[in-house]
Design a protein around this ligand. Structure first.
Ligand code: ZN
Length: 84
């Protein structure tokens, strides 16, 4: 298990995703964000979905994130972590 991957919990990444895409993360936050995505299939999928939203709408706000999809993702993360 890599410490690198665990630097940002998945929940935190989900919270940071809008800031990531609007460029408001600091340099070190972006680096940790990208490092997490590299090691986490769940978040890779999530970020790709967010990218599609941005390409479709030209923007991304918290309101653009389907609350149901978001909750399902959080559940998946919880189950995934509990399984370790
Ligand atoms: Zn993750």
């Amino acid at each position: 298990m890599s410490l690198f991957v665990r630097e940002i919990p998945c929940q935190e990444l989900v919270e940071l995703v809008t800031a990531y895409f609007d460029g408001s993360l600091s340099r070190s936050e972006r680096r940790r964000f990208r490092a997490h995505i590299r090691g986490c299939d769940h978040c890779t999928t999530y970020v790709e979905q967010m990218r599609e939203v941005i390409e479709a709408t030209g923007t991304l706000t918290e309101e653009d994130i389907d609350p149901v999809a978001r909750e399902e993702l959080m559940e998946a993360f919880r189950g995934w972590k509990a399984g370790r």
